[in-house]
Write a protein of this length. Structure first.
Length: 594
C-alpha cells in the first residue's frame, strides 16, 4: 500500500525520551504506519519530505492558551501551528465559553486576557450555537480546525451560569446547597462530554470588562473552599484534572491544593493539579529555590499530584501605557484601567490626589508577593512621540528630572498620550542558570504561553523552539543541562500524559502529529520582535513570533498543513486537519526513559 506522506531520513524523536535515531516515517490514513531504518517505497506517495539533517519530533502541545474566542473566528490558529504546535488546550484560568451567555462570557474574558471586547462578543453572538457541554464539544469539533483542540470548563463560566454574573461577583454571596449541586452536575456533564477538567483562578487581580459590573474580580475568586471541594470531588470521581492559579499572598491557599490533590485521608484517588506561577519572578528572587524542592516534598508527604506550569523562556512583557494586567495589583492601577477613554485616563493620571493614592498602593505592595518587580529602572521605553525618550528607562527619566520613578512614568504617559507610549520589561525567568534548573525540574511542566491573549503584551507562540535552541546551544558550548530527547519529551508526551491526552508520541500506530525542524535555523530569529495585523480583530496589530525557517513542516493527523513558510490551500477555512480530543479516549501510558 502507498503512503500519504513519507518523511525521509530525519533524526526521529518518538517523544518518550528515548535516544533519537535516523529513520524514515511512512504515514497512512492519519497514522504512523511505518518507522524504518531503510528507505520506504515512495511509489504513489503524493508528499515526500526530505528530512536529512533535520529533526522529526511529535507535534508540540500548548497546555495553556486563551484561544476560546479566536478559534471561532480563525480555527486554523496559525500563530501556534507555524511553530510546530499541533494540540492546544482552551478554557484556562476559570474562563471558558461553555455555559455563560455571550455578554457574560465577553465580560469575563476580554479585560483579563486583553482582547477587544467587541470582537469577543461578536464571535460569541455570531457563532455560539450551544447551550450544553456536549453541544459545545460538537460545535468546536465541527470547525475547520488547524490543530487539535482539548478544553477545560472554567469555574468563572460555571459559577456565573448558576448564580448570575451579579451574585457570582458579590462579596459574601455563597451558592445555596441546591445551587452548589447544580454546579457539580454541570461540571459532571462537561466531563461526560469529554472535557479534561476544571480551571480556576484564585488571584483576585483579574477584573471584569463591560459596563454592568466593570472592574469586579472574576467569579471564581469569590468561591470558598467548601465550593471548590465539592467541585474537586466531581473531578476525583471522574479522574480528571484541575488547573488554577493560587493566591500567592496566602500560603494556606496554596497548601489546600496539595491537600485536595492527596490520595490520603481515606481517598482512593487523587486529583492531578496544574498550577500557574512565575517560577523565577524578579519580585520574589528567592522563591525559585523553594518551589521545586517544596513541591516535591509536599507531593511525597501527602501523596499528591501537583505541578506548576512553567514558561521556559524569559517572561518579557510589553505595554501601551498602563494597559497591562500587572497594574490590576494596585487599586490605583485598577481605577485607571476602569476608564476606557484616553482623555479621561490622562486626566486621572495627572490628578495629584490620584498620584498620592497610587504612591501609597505602589509602595505598600513592595512588602508582599507580586507579579511585577515595580522597578522603573528596569522598564524601557521602545516607542514614544518624544523620540528623545526611546531607549531610556523610566528610572533614567526620573533621575534626569529629579523626581520619583512612578511620577516620571505617569508624567511621560500624560505628556505623550497614555496609549502612545510603549515600553517593555522582563518580569520573570531572567536568570539563565535558574532557567536551566527549571527546565529539568520534575515539579514543573512546560506551558503557560497564553497564546491568543494579551495580544499587545507578549508573544510566546514559539516557546518550544526557544527551549530547544537553548538546549542545543548549551550542548555545543560544553555545558549541557538537558538532552534534546528529554526536552522533546517535556514538550510533548510528558504534558500529554499529565493532562490525559491521546497525543505527544510519534511511534508506529500513533496519530501522525509531527514537526520537522531544521536545527541549523534554531538561531537568534526565535527571539525577534514582530507584529502582525489581525483582520478578525479589526486590524489590531499584535505581537507574534515569526521564525518560519525553523519549522520545515507541521503535520496534524497525517496532513502536512504548514510547509516552507506557507499554509496549505483552504487551511482553517474549508480544509480541516485538527479534531477535538475528548478526555478518556486512550492517552498512551509508557515508561519515560529520561
Amino acid at each position: 500500500m502507498s503512503y500519504d506522506v513519507i518523511i525521509r531520513d530525519g533524526l526521529w524523536f518518538d517523544g518518550t525520551g528515548r535516544v533519537p535515531l535516523v529513520r524514515t516515517l511512512g504515514i497512512r490514513d492519519g497514522v504512523v504506519a511505518d518507522v524504518s531504518s531503510g528507505p520506504l517505497d515512495e511509489t504513489g506517495c503524493p508528499d515526500v519530505i526530505d528530512a536529512a539533517g533535520k529533526w522529526v519530533v511529535p507535534g508540540f502541545i500548548d497546555v495553556h492558551t486563551h484561544y476560546d474566542a479566536e478559534v471561532l473566528l480563525d480555527p486554523g490558529l496559525r500563530e501556534s501551528v507555524r511553530h510546530g504546535v499541533t494540540t492546544v488546550l482552551l478554557g484556562m484560568c476559570s474562563l471558558s465559553t461553555v455555559y455563560a451567555d455571550g455578554e457574560d462570557a465577553a465580560d469575563l474574558f476580554s479585560r483579563v486576557e486583553a482582547v477587544p471586547r467587541q470582537y469577543v462578543l461578536g464571535a460569541l453572538q455570531g457563532h455560539k450555537t450551544w447551550s450544553t457541554p456536549a453541544e459545545y464539544v460538537a460545535a468546536i469539533d465541527a470547525l475547520p480546525l488547524g490543530p487539535n483542540v482539548a478544553s477545560l470548563l472554567g469555574h468563572s463560566d460555571l459559577r456565573a451560569s448558576v448564580l448570575g454574573l451579579d451574585r457570582a461577583t458579590t462579596r459574601g454571596v455563597e451558592p445555596t446547597d441546591a445551587e452548589l449541586e447544580t454546579m457539580a452536575a454541570r461540571l459532571d456533564a462537561a466531563l461526560e462530554a469529554g472535557m479534561l477538567g476544571l480551571s480556576g483562578m484564585d488571584a483576585a487581580i483579574d477584573k471584569l470588562d463591560g459596563d454592568r459590573f466593570r472592574s469586579r474580580a472574576l467569579p471564581s475568586t469569590f468561591a470558598t473552599w467548601r465550593e471548590r471541594r465539592r467541585l474537586i470531588k466531581v473531578l476525583r470521581k471522574r479522574g480528571r484534572i484541575l488547573q488554577s492559579a493560587p493566591n500567592v499572598a496566602k500560603v494556606q491557599e496554596a497548601l489546600n491544593f496539595f491537600l485536595e490533590s492527596s490520595t490520603q485521608f481515606g481517598r482512593r484517588r487523587g486529583v492531578k493539579m496544574s498550577l500557574l506561577v512565575s517560577a523565577d519572578a524578579k519580585s520574589s528572587p528567592g522563591a525559585v529555590h523553594v518551589l521545586g524542592p517544596g513541591t516535591r516534598l509536599l507531593n511525597r508527604l501527602l501523596a499528591a499530584k501537583v505541578r506548576f506550569q512553567h514558561l521556559p523562556v524569559p517572561f518579557e512583557l510589553y505595554s501601551d501605557g498602563i494597559d497591562l494586567p500587572v497594574f490590576e495589583e494596585f487599586g490605583a492601577g485598577t481605577a485607571a484601567l476602569h476608564l476606557r477613554d484616553q482623555l479621561e485616563r490622562n486626566k486621572l493620571l495627572a490628578d495629584p490626589e490620584y498620584r498620592r493614592r497610587f504612591h501609597r498602593s505602589f509602595d505598600r505592595r513592595k512588602l508582599g508577593p507580586a507579579l511585577w518587580h515595580r522597578d522603573f529602572h528596569d522598564a524601557t521605553i521602545v516607542e514614544c512621540p518624544d523620540t528623545t525618550l526611546v531607549g531610556k528607562s523610566f528610572g533614567q527619566v526620573a533621575d534626569e528630572r529629579g523626581i520619583h520613578p512612578l511620577d516620571a512614568f505617569l508624567d511621560v504617559l500624560v505628556e505623550n498620550g497614555e496609549r502612545n507610549v510603549r515600553w517593555t520589561t522582563i518580569v520573570a525567568n531572567h536568570r539563565p542558570r535558574q532557567l536551566d534548573k527549571l527546565a529539568k525540574e520534575p515539579s514543573v511542566h512546560m506551558g503557560f504561553s497564553d497564546a491568543g491573549a494579551h495580544l499587545r503584551n507578549m508573544a510566546f507562540y514559539n516557546y518550544a523552539l526557544r527551549l530547544l535552541k537553548r538546549v542545543r546551544d548549551a550542548d555545543r558550548a560544553g555545558r549541557p543541562f538537558l538532552t534534546t530527547e528529554h526536552a522533546v519529551h517535556r514538550l510533548t508526551a510528558e504534558v500529554a500524559d499529565w493532562f490525559g491526552l491521546d497525543a505527544g508520541t510519534l511511534r508506529r500506530g500513533d496519530r501522525a502529529d509531527f514537526v520537522v525542524i531544521d536545527p541549523a535555523a534554531l538561531d537568534d530569529s526565535v527571539n525577534e520582535y514582530h507584529e502582525e495585523t489581525v483582520p478578525f480583530y479589526g486590524g489590531l496589530s499584535r505581537m507574534v513570533n515569526r521564525n518560519d525557517a525553523t519549522v520545515v513542516a507541521t503535520g496534524v493527523n497525517g496532513q502536512v498543513v504548514f510547509r516552507a513558510g506557507e499554509f496549505r490551500d483552504g487551511y482553517g477555512t474549508t480544509a480541516k486537519s485538527g479534531r477535538y480530543l475528548r478526555a478518556g479516549t486512550g492517552a498512551t501510558q509508557y515508561p519515560a526513559t529520561v
